[in-house]
Design a protein around this ligand. Structure first.
Ligand SMILES: NC(=O)c1ccc[n+]([C@@H]2O[C@H](COP(=O)([O-])OP(=O)(O)OC[C@H]3O[C@@H](n4cnc5c(N)ncnc54)[C@H](O)[C@@H]3O)[C@@H](O)[C@H]2O)c1
Length: 442
């Protein structure tokens, strides 16, 4: 179902009418393409207080010309404010001083990234200043909106190297539909630098569940574009579709129901040489208000979306199928698992469960298996599933976010590809929303 409103607002009369009525003015997003692979302008690198990470070298490699002070007439595609050393309210004023004058000279696809530190439980002044950055960035994302985004990266000391894959992602068109996120980065011992940043998954194997269509097919396609060899899994009923996706990508199809008790064993058997990237994408909805929900609707959603993810993850970690160092697990949550949704107690429970799984398992999986565990939480993504949503709810889903439009499957796929990169070893236990900064659960 195409977004006709977005097209209408791009026409002369559409712009006039929607402005007069004070209606949302979404801008077409600048997504990655081979023709337009980078943002349209220079990057301004500012520092508020003392830096604890020294990001200059990493920023210099992000693909944009870097300025360290504001130049007259420049329109900035990115502003990075290093506030890692901000330990008091006075340092917050430096963040204001740095950003306030440049906000009117941002390009239409600009990114604002504030670098911060984890709030220190032993220093309430530092914790106050660092937590303040979260409210600041989330508000700024809502203000600059349209095609522009804002984020807070919380960097562990000396983790600039480990943050490179994340900075490259956020400072590129690949993150077009991600805004208002707070992402923690640890200093990864084995942060691998890819030989080619355009193909970080060269020589890696990735398995995507639910790859026959929708978001899963886009994830498989995107991981293949980054160099991965794909195993595309879906139910036997979707065999023709999943084979078509796998064949197109030069990969392999695996038809099995992820809820089968032996699914983990069968996946491990199909991957005798091991697996680098496991993407838990398969998911279903069986909506009803709880009072009207038959037990089979509860059971099927909890089984596909959560229990099977727990079972297969446990099996593949225990079997050593996921490779130490480059092993990446990315699960799919949803903003429904954060905000809740009428008619979706089963679905929201399953997706909130994914967030619990990720946060608990991530530190142990890194320690014991050398594997990271993260989740994406998509908002309103234009798929067959959301095309079936009644018009009024669909329009609300599309507009109630800072970018005023729905995302595309490729937006979720690009985010998963960043988390799946061997260079993203410092990103662990994170839940990254791909929702255009949806107001739901904000
Ligand atoms: N579309 C959205 O707006 C949106 C928003 C938030 C989260 N999500 C999540 O993203 C994921 C993909 O969503 P989508 O919109 O592409 O859905 P979709 O229904 O288009 O595709 C899901 C795929 O999973 C497969 N699948 C279902 N049960 C399976 C099982 N037991 N074993 C193996 N495969 C199975 C289906 O056959 C299908 O190919 C889901 O986890 C969904 O909950 C989607």
């Amino acid at each position: 179902m195409p977004d006709r409103y977005l097209r209408f607002t791009q026409s002369g009369p559409g712009r006039f009418v929607t402005r007069r009525l004070g209606l949302p003015q979404p801008a077409p997003l600048h997504r990655w393409s081979a023709e337009r692979p980078v943002l349209d302008g220079p990057l301004l690198h500012l520092t508020a207080g003392k830096t604890t990470v020294e990001p200059a070298a990493v920023l210099a490699r992000a693909g944009l010309p870097v300025h360290t002070s504001r130049q007259a007439g420049a329109r900035y595609a990115a502003v990075v404010v290093d506030a890692t050393g901000a330990g008091d309210v006075a340092a917050l004023r430096e963040v204001y001083d740095g950003l306030h004058p440049v906000l009117r000279s941002l390009t239409d696809d600009a990114r604002v990234v504030v670098l911060g530190s984890a709030p220190d439980p032993t220093d309430h002044h530092q914790a106050a200043a660092q937590q303040a950055l979260e409210g600041f960035v989330r508000s700024l994302g809502k203000e600059i909106g349209r095609g522009r985004t804002a984020h807070l990266l919380r960097l562990a000391p000396a983790s600039a190297g480990a943050a490179e894959s994340t900075l490259r992602f956020l400072l590129s068109p690949r993150s077009a539909y991600v805004s208002g996120q707070v992402i923690g980065i640890e200093a990864a011992e084995d942060a691998t630098v890819p030989g080619d940043w355009d193909r970080p998954l060269d020589g890696r194997t990735a398995l995507v569940t639910g790859a026959a269509r929708g978001i899963g097919a886009a994830v498989a396609e995107t991981l293949a574009r980054y160099g991965a060899r794909l195993v595309c899994l879906d139910v036997p009923q979707a065999e023709a579709d999943v084979r078509a996706v796998a064949e197109r990508l030069g990969g392999q199809a695996l038809t099995l129901d992820i809820t089968a008790p032996d699914a983990g064993e069968r996946i491990a058997a199909a991957l005798p040489d091991g697996l680098d990237v496991l993407v838990h994408n398969a998911g279903i909805t069986r909506d009803r208000r709880l009072a009207n929900m038959a037990a089979d609707r509860w059971d099927s959603v909890l089984d596909v979306n959560l229990a099977s993810v727990l079972r297969t993850t446990d099996h593949l970690l225990a079997a050593g199928t996921l490779r130490r160092g480059t092993g990446r697990i990315v699960a799919t949550a949803s903003i429904a698992g954060i905000a809740g949704n009428t008619g979706q107690t089963n679905y929201a429970a399953s997706k909130a469960g994914i967030i619990g799984l990720v946060r608990s398992l991530a530190p142990r999986a890194a320690e014991e298996h050398g594997v990271t565990v993260n989740a994406v939480a998509p908002g309103f993504i234009e798929t067959k599933m959301t095309a079936a949503v009644p018009l009024f709810i669909r329009e609300a889903g599309r507009r109630m976010n800072s970018l005023g439009q729905g995302g595309l499957p490729v937006d979720v796929a690009e985010t998963i590809a960043w988390l799946a990169s061997p260079a993203s070893g410092g990103v662990n236990g994170q839940v990254v929303r791909v929702c255009g900064q949806s107001l739901l659960g904000a």
